[in-house]
Design a protein around this ligand. Structure first.
Ligand code: NAD
Length: 443
């Protein structure tokens, strides 16, 4: 029997991890700053405190989540007691991206350990300082045979993918997600794919414009726009678009003052390649705010583009940076036409004081998750599943959903021997009417 099956052992491992991440919190924050000048506040808010909360929640609930769940039996099986056992898959591979490089390794790792798996994590090579501290935490806390961290780039990931796993959990781009899915298919390995997309953010004419601008500016420019659930582009009602752009400008200036390059609260683009990609997206666009850049520091200021052509590069790909295009709409048909140009997004946001309108939007479009009158914050509730749909991902996690993701749900019927109803056994002659009635009334 694998040592990971013992719930007490799993809980002890998580408690040890809790101690270690608390001990290294400052080092993690420093590593995130060294990697791309991630502001300390954002590191605490979206990385270290998030992980502490997820760990505490999992430690508190592990016994409840792990124990076999008794369900009502079918009368057809009378007499029986029926259970769902939560079985660990076995060997789990977790591959993470660079944009939340600590949290996106540890959050699935915590759930995979809680569910009783052996785990190998592969942090992103683009955030080497964070990768190093993750490797240190893991080697100090776990036996290699239980949890291991393998650092490295694309070739290392490819070598890992060539091995046989019982579950693969991948967070990253759609392109690499397809590579992972193909590799997993070789061994029929189940996968969770946490991917990206082009997230629309609708601002209706009756929205609270000032508050909407404040919440959008926060969600968009957090992590310098390098957030998978950041609003990608705004769809503003044409009657309020001009006014709304003014509100956006004012909120950006309040948050990051006149020169965001000097602000300690604004992160950098991860590397020169992505910086170049983003700066190129600005070519031939109408920049109404920002657009300042500095190659030597991979800096790009919060930038607003007015009315980009829907066929232009900025409206083709996921932006993943501090560029906010504002597109106007007039009718619901316009929204339908524009949003459905793209694959199903990871998030959708709608700002409106009209609850019926907001509900209609939520129901009419398919997307991973989202908010009415806010951005990004659905991520913070561990009682909500987090994941994409269609090209933005397969599967979901956080809290009990993460425990379920890393567990095979094994149904078992425990049959009583004191009674053995005869109707299902051969010879069947003369029993058809009886079985029809039994199935009708008791299934
Ligand atoms: P990426 O897909 O380039 O890299 C992710 C991981 O895959 C890295 O560990 C990398 O080593 C590996 N990798 C890269 N190329 C590979 C290849 N050819 N073969 C095998 N492995 C390879 O993603 P990224 O640039 O690190 O992250 C940005 C993307 O991640 C964005 O699209 C964003 O939307 C998405 N993302 C999604 C979520 C989510 O929760 N859904 C969260 C964060 C980021």
């Amino acid at each position: 029997m694998s040592f990971t099956l013992d719930i007490h052992h799993r809980k002890q491992a998580l408690l040890k991890l809790l101690n270690s991440v608390q001990l290294h919190e400052e080092a993690i924050i420093k590593a995130l700053y060294d990697d791309f000048k991630k502001p300390a506040f954002e590191s605490v808010f979206s990385e270290t405190s998030f992980i502490l909360a997820e760990l505490n929640h999992t430690i508190t609930n592990i016994h409840k989540w792990a124990k076999p769940q008794r369900v009502l039996p079918s009368l057809l099986n009378f007499p029986s007691t029926d259970y769902i056992y939560k079985e660990p898959y076995g060997k789990v591979l977790i591959i993470a991206p660079w944009n939340y490089p600590y949290q996106l390794v540890l959050s699935p790792m915590i759930a995979a350990i809680a569910a009783g798996n052996q785990v190998v994590v592969k942090p992103s090579e683009l955030t080497p300082n964070t990768s190093r501290i993750i490797a240190k935490i893991i080697s100090e806390t776990f036996d290699k045979n239980h949890v291991d961290c393998i650092e490295g780039g694309v070739e290392v990931t490819q070598q890992l993918l060539a091995q046989r796993w019982d579950y693969i959990f991948f967070t990253g781009s759609v392109t690499v997600g397809k590579i992972v899915a193909k590799a997993a298919a070789e061994n029929l390995t189940p996968v969770t794919l946490e991917l990206g997309g082009k997230n629309p953010c609708i601002v209706a004419e009756n929205a609270n414009l000032k508050l909407a601008a404040k919440r959008i500016v926060w969600g968009k420019f957090l992590n310098a726009g390098q957030t998978c659930i950041a609003p990608d582009y705004i769809l503003a009602h044409q009657k309020i678009k001009r006014t709304f752009i003014d509100y956006l400008k004012a909120e950006i200036t309040t948050a990051y003052v006149e020169n965001p390059e000097a602000s300690p609260d604004f992160a950098r683009i991860i590397n020169a390649k992505n910086w170049k990609r983003l700066v190129t997206l600005l070519e031939n666009e109408t920049i109404v705010f920002g657009g300042n850049s500095n190659a030597s520091d991979c800096y790009l200021s919060p930038t607003i583009i007015d009315e980009p052509n829907l066929e232009s590069p900025v409206m083709h790909e996921e932006i993943f940076g501090p560029i906010l295009p504002v597109v106007s709409f007039e009718t619901e048909a316009d929204l339908q036409r524009i949003i459905s140009k793209y694959e199903k997004p990871l998030s959708l946001y709608v700002f409106s004081d009209d609850t019926q309108f907001a509900k209609k939007i939520i129901q009419n479009f398919s997307f991973g998750g989202g908010c009415i009158n806010d951005t990004v914050v659905h991520f913070a509730n561990k009682r909500l599943p987090f994941g994409g749909v269609g090209h933005s991902g397969i599967g979901a996690y956080h809290g009990k959903f993460a425990f379920a993701t890393f567990s095979h749900h094994k149904p078992v019927v425990k049959k009583g021997n004191w009674l053995d109803l005869p109707f299902r056994y051969a010879p069947y002659q003369g029993k058809i009417k009886l079985i029809k009635n039994v199935l009708k009334w008791f299934s």
